[in-house]
Unconditional design. Structure first.
Ligand SMILES: Cc1cc2nc3c(=O)[nH]c(=O)nc-3n(C[C@H](O)[C@H](O)[C@H](O)COP(=O)(O)OP(=O)(O)OC[C@H]3O[C@@H](n4cnc5c(N)ncnc54)[C@H](O)[C@@H]3O)c2cc1C
Length: 380
């Protein structure tokens, strides 16, 4: 790009939400560029659930089959008591999800998912090493400045820049996210040690203790050769500057030791484990202003306990694209208003249930989440 390039739509952040927005907008025929602060993405050790609600969007992007081949397809989401192993709920997924919700439910390594999303974008549309540092709203465009000295003039700017979003700050002023009081430990376990337990690990299971302390464990590959867990543990505070720190098997033992033998098997198979703080914000009063619009964690961050944070970001991307298709970019104010009206209630409901950490602990019907079709649902 030259020093001040004129573009139509700038997406800030090529995370799971931003990459989806870029792909959908490009498919719809818009001229879009994505700007990402990271110089490159790496395969960090973590998994993610993608519900049928979002696999329908990946179908539209052309990635459903690839992701289905890579990811694991759990037949159920089980909830079990962490001490006794008693089943608290057994939610049907697998073929039932395909039939009743219209697409598969997968669990997958998030690096594998993200790599597929990034590979689907034309190279010339994706600009790594572009950290947005300044935003000037002008009458007919927005001037974006980046840490590398580049400047871009965009007609519309989509803030997909995560929980510490600069675009959110521009709309609502500086405000640090709140520490939720919870951390999550994340580990890909040693498969030889896990198999040596002789126990049969379910493809997707959430172990619960008192205070909703839990371990969510699942396969991240179709052939079951990779198994991952993430915890949710209440703590007194978070004092580290880093976005995550190392944890240890000893720490896992101190928190969860003496539990059901399958949980002990997970702890014994732990070699490397990291610890992440969960940050939060209250539902926001403003999703867009003028030519700036937010999606995903920039707009409605949540604790991850419903496994729907990224799914909401990707749903946002699909609905926002449809709104811009319906109105055209010139009438962006109407598009952004329809987008917020369509998304606000659903995203806020998911945010609230996620933060309460009650999802699927008891038998309940998840159809309102999984059967939703962001590609065809009515726009408000
Ligand atoms: C432990 C854990 C487990 C989770 N499990 C699930 C799950 O199973 N299912 C699910 O749906 N969700 C899950 N989530 C939630 C999910 O990870 C987030 O909701 C999702 O990543 C949000 O996507 P996003 O694109 O909005 O933001 P992000 O993924 O945070 O992406 C933002 C991007 O913007 C870039 N960026 C930031 N600032 C700038 C800047 N100034 N200039 C340029 N680029 C910038 C960042 O580098 C980043 O690439 C989980 C979260 C955690 C913490």
């Amino acid at each position: 790009m030259t020093s001040v390039e004129q573009i139509d739509i700038a997406v800030i952040g090529a995370g799971l939400g931003g990459a989806a927005a870029a792909a959908l907008l490009l498919n719809a025929g818009f001229s879009v560029h994505v700007f990402e602060q990271a110089p490159v993405f790496s395969r960090l050790g973590a998994g993610i659930h993608i519900g049928p609600n979002v696999m329908k969007i990946f179908r539209a992007i052309g990635l459903e089959d690839r992701l289905s081949r890579i990811g694991s397809h759990p037949d159920h989401w089980f909830s079990r008591d962490g001490l006794s192993g008693d089943y608290l709920s057994k939610i049907e997924l697998g073929d039932y999800a395909k039939r009743e919700y219209g697409a598969p439910y997968i669990t997958i390594h998030r690096g594998d998912l993200h790599a597929e999303q990034i590979a689907a974008l034309p190279e010339e549309r994706l600009h790594f090493d572009h950290r947005l540092t300044d935003i000037v709203e002008r009458d007919s465009d927005v001037l974006l400045s980046f840490a590398n000295g580049k400047e871009v003039s965009a007609k519309l700017v989509i803030g997909a820049d995560g929980i510490n979003s600069m675009i959110r700050e521009k709309l609502l002023g500086p405000e640090k996210p709140r520490f939720s009081g919870w951390v999550g430990h994340r580990a890909l376990v040693n498969m030889d040690k896990l198999r040596a337990t002789g126990l049969e690990y379910e493809r997707c299971v959430k172990w619960w203790w008192e205070q909703s302390r839990h371990i969510m464990a699942y396969a991240t590959k179709n052939d079951g050769s990779e198994y991952y867990y993430v915890t949710g543990v209440p703590v007194d505070g978070w004092t580290h500057e880093a976005s995550f720190v190392d944890s240890s098997r000893e720490e896992m033992e101190a928190i969860f030791g003496g539990s059901h033998p399958m949980v002990q098997g997970l702890i014994d198979a732990t070699e490397e484990v990291t610890k992440w703080p969960f940050w939060n914000r209250d539902p926001m009063s403003l999703w867009s202003r003028g030519r700036l619009c937010l999606l995903g964690d920039a707009c409605h961050p949540m604790r991850p306990h419903m496994a729907q944070g990224a799914c909401m970001a990707i749903e946002d991307a699909a609905v926002l694209t449809r709104c811009l298709v319906a109105t055209g970019t010139t009438d962006y104010r109407t598009a952004f208003a329809i987008y917020e009206n369509t998304r606000r209630d659903r995203a806020t409901k998911v945010q609230t249930i996620s933060n309460a950490n009650t999802w699927l602990k008891e038998p309940e019907d998840p159809a309102w989440v999984y059967a939703y079709d962001p590609i065809n649902a009515a726009l408000a």
